[in-house]
Design a protein around this ligand. Structure first.
Ligand SMILES: *[C@@H]1O[C@H](CO)[C@@H](O)[C@H](O)[C@H]1NC(C)=O
Ligand SMILES: *[C@@H]1O[C@H](CO)[C@@H](O)[C@H](O)[C@H]1NC(C)=O
Ligand SMILES: *[C@@H]1O[C@H](CO)[C@@H](O)[C@H](O)[C@H]1NC(C)=O
Ligand SMILES: *[C@@H]1O[C@H](CO)[C@@H](O)[C@H](O)[C@H]1NC(C)=O
Length: 220
């Protein structure tokens, strides 16, 4: 019995050391998966995902939303929610944007939501302006609906059988409240292993907040 246990322990150690072999990654685009191989949430339920507000918690870099100029500001509590309206599904965003050393402004921007019929987790957001249509992917990598979701976006205009570029690969985590617990380490490890998402996972802080109409929102 003891021998069997020792053997099993040794086997486990071998597995563990193989499992945790350091993976070295470079910033080369050859690391990036082709888009069609990126996994999204199985049996994604968009209706359930839309039940409530999401708060951004971490990000490697943001996809700029025109009119919100996200990257030139400090940002506090970037919220979004998807809504099924009579004009189709929309995304509403609200966030405090503070120019460096400036005062905070509450900015809002709506976009329209498209999704693939055979994989609704593959969402595309469209922001319309008179002379500009800005489109980017918003793929739900994984979610438990109640607590957190991981969103992947390739902001480059590439096809399904192509790779995104490192500088256009974005990953962010959203949670139902600014304090919801979620498996942060697992997410960051996966991002490094399976996606060409580089850079630190920055945190959003919540010193100020910008109201988003939360009427009819399912409380979690
Ligand atoms: C949006 O609302 C329409 C009309 O009520 C409904 O048919 C459709 O299933 C809804 N879409 C989602 C994703 O919930
Ligand atoms: C999706 O979620 C909605 C709302 O929670 C629920 O009513 C519906 O049954 C779910 N659909 C599936 C296929 O599970
Ligand atoms: C976004 O859409 C909602 C719902 O249609 C609307 O009440 C709100 O005024 C819109 N906000 C902006 C900034 O367009
Ligand atoms: C984000 O917060 C976590 C703890 O919640 C911390 O470990 C991590 O270093 C922070 N990341 C950055 C880039 O500050």
């Amino acid at each position: 019995m003891k021998r069997v246990t020792t053997f099993l322990l040794a086997l486990l150690q071998v597995f563990y050391s193989v499992w945790t072999l350091p993976t070295t990654r470079t910033s080369s685009n050859s690391d990036c998966p082709i888009l069609s191989s990126i996994k999204t949430q199985k049996n994604f339920n968009l209706t359930k995902f839309m039940e409530g507000v999401w708060h951004t918690r971490t990000y490697n870099s943001f996809v700029d939303i025109p009119g919100m100029d996200i990257n030139s500001y400090e940002h506090y509590d970037l919220k979004s929610r998807l809504r099924n309206t009579s004009n189709g599904i929309i995304i509403e965003n609200a966030g405090i944007h503070k120019a460096k050393h400036g005062t905070g402004k509450c900015l809002r921007r709506n976009g329209t939501v498209k999704y693939e019929k055979n994989d609704p987790a593959k969402i595309t957001l469209v922001y319309n302006f008179p002379h500009l249509k800005h489109e980017f992917s918003y793929w739900i990598r994984e979610t438990d609906y109640k607590n957190y979701a991981v969103v992947y976006s390739c902001s480059a205009n590439v096809r399904n059988n192509e790779k995104c570029t490192v500088d256009k690969s974005h990953l962010w985590t959203i949670t139902r409240t600014p304090k919801t617990e979620y498996p942060k380490n697992k997410i960051e490890e996966q991002a490094k292993k399976e996606l060409c998402v580089h850079g630190s996972h920055n945190n959003v802080t919540f010193p100020e907040t910008c109201p988003l109409d939360e009427k009819g929102v399912h409380k979690h």
